[in-house]
Design a protein around this ligand. Sequence first.
Ligand code: GLY
Length: 565
Amino acid sequence: MQKSILTLLATLLLFSCNTTESSKNNYVSKTGLITEKAMVVTAHPIASNVGKAILAKGGNAVDAAVAVQFSLAVVFPFAGNIGGGGFMVYRNKDGNATTLDFREMAPAKAHRDMYLDSAGNVIKDLSIRGHLAVGVPGSVDGMIEAHKKYGSLPWAELVQPAIDLATIGFPVTKREADGFNRIRESLEQLNTIVPTQFFKEWNEGDTITHLELASTFVRIRDEGRAGFYEGETAQFLIEEMERGEGLISQEDLDNYHSIWRNPVTSSYKNYNIITMPPPSSGGIALTQLLQSVESFDLKNMGHNSANYVHLLTEAERRVYADRAEYLGDMDFYNVPIKQLTTPAYNKERMESYHPSKATPSDSIGSGNILLESDQTTHFSIVDAEGNAVAITTTLNGAFGSRVVVGKAGFILNNEMDDFSIKPGVPNMFGLVGGEANAIAPGKRMLSSMTPTIVEHNGKLLMVLGSPGGATIITSVYQTFLNVAEFDMTMQEAVNAQRTHSQWLPDVIMYERGALSEEVIKKLEDMGHKMLDRGNIGRVDAVKALENGKLEGGADPRGDDLAVGF
Ligand code: GLY
């Protein structure tokens, strides 16, 4: 191993424990880490420091993003991945923005009723666990395309940290140790070759290595796209599918390509929102939510007051109802983007809003219970030049399908569950859908991921995003409003407790402690059903300050860390 790599790793491991330098945040901190010119905020301290090291050696935000994406696949396998997919929103220092869709797609052999029995009923868990739940992975192609267009450092240098981390190993955090222990049984049940690297009773600080994954990364480093979609890695993946009766073929891998798409852009007062188009629902939904509330005096209502939560909920109810009806992969379905993101349309939708009465969702439809999951991950990067990257990437559920590709060591997604597997039947996030998001070969499943970049008076202001399934959109929405309407610092905006509603089920979820007893009572009196729960979202964000410095906002709900220089 090269000496420079060893030095880099030693630095990473040192930084991962150095909470002073990198400002490990908690709920009480008022201001996040402030840096002069560059910032990386991710869900894992080691991945954050990989990104910082790449920026420090002259890489740009996209270089750092590639290295972070691959490192997360090693150190944060709950959601970090090469077997999943994601979205990137990129804004360069001159203000030009684009997005990259590296979402998974349905294999050619997939079909609309593939998760139904002969009576037309949904077969429990078939779209969530095991080989049939897997969409064709997009992350490696996405990173290659992003690097080809915007990268500046050699590809090999960006893949190398993942190889080193997987080979040498790294200490697991308490949260990760608990996660590994929790899923051991299902890994045993769902895998055709048991992934023994996960098999022991894990404790915080134990070292974990991923040697087969390291070999896969060597092939990606040396052969680029062919190192994943062809040759040995592809062969291992196809053999895994054959053993587990999955659908992905070599043809699917050959046909997978990430897609550059125009961002969804809109304005909110003098802010400009740059975010992700379909197959994400996030960008359109965020735009609709903001247009729905823009004319109200939010500041005067007060943060997390009954009136504020009521208003947000009423907007969410209407927007998530539209999501279920109209949103899907726009390459397969004619998504009415223009109409949905027109201010007049969203204003009109709010005409039935009553300031003190909940609109029952069953006047629109009926739903089911939302399961908690935050096994997607988001990272935000700003480099010294002012280029900004927001990437949200996912395996869908925790450890995705829980299938680890034999001999290749990487975990496969269970993204097929993000399709509407039967009209009106909720997915694992309680989201329903219909024709727009029905399964079809080669189609991309609808996502809620909402990587977003915000400008203020034409200048970069914020880079943000979150995991959390259906709650991603509302987490980004509230974090933005916390800054734009309530003058919070980036860290306060990230820390602030959140609420969530999504039309169906007809309920307001709130983080335990987010709302006072009085506020809860007032909302119940308005006709809302209230449900307290654990964390909602896990936002990692960067804010550009007026003095030219940057503030990181790392979510204290996880092991997340902001670092920079
Ligand atoms: N798998 C979560 C999402 O894409 O919304």
